[in-house]
Design a protein. Sequence first.
Length: 113
Amino acid sequence: QVQLVESGGGLVQAGGSLRLSCVASGRSISFGTMGWYRQVQGKQRELVATITPGGNTNYVDSVKGRFTVSRDNAKNTVYLQMNSLKPEDTAVYYCWHNIGNYWGQGTQVTVSS
């Protein structure tokens, strides 16, 4: 079993920055791909970014150049640095671990215009 706990969400003005963290417990995440998804109420969950065990990253086009995903395997933690935030980034952000398909409980990000 893996437990994922996100933090770092909040309310920020457009153009601002937030850094999300996802701490894993129960098992090492070193060998798995980690990802960040987001969901707006009433819409499908959307992939935002992924990072492989080797550090290869992938982003949805709408966040490229603004968001950066990283991981610290020693801390069993993955991060999402979000810069130049836009109102359309408003969503609940979820952390995901591919081995076992584990999800966190989500953290709300709200960007005001």
